[in-house]
Ligand binder design. Structure first.
Ligand code: SF4
Length: 62
């Protein structure tokens, strides 16, 4: 199963949250992935592409 994660590169710019409220929120100044549903959404794709430090990852979890 795929899981959505924001890694330690996040600088808290807020871009992903502005684009995709379904998957991200800012917690203590940094982005946090709030759920791993609907990972094929266009908004998520745009958020991943827009992150300036490539901090958003989809990882395979068993
Ligand atoms: S777009 Fe990237 S750097 Fe900006 S808050 Fe989201 S994960 Fe962090």
């Amino acid at each position: 199963m795929e899981k959505l994660n924001v890694n330690e590169n996040c600088i808290g710019c807020g871009m992903c949250v502005a684009i995709d409220q379904e998957h991200f929120e800012i917690v203590d100044g940094l982005s946090k992935a709030t759920n791993s549903d609907n990972l094929d959404s266009k908004d998520l794709e745009n958020a991943i592409a827009s992150c300036p430090v490539a901090a958003i990852e989809k990882t395979e979890e068993n």
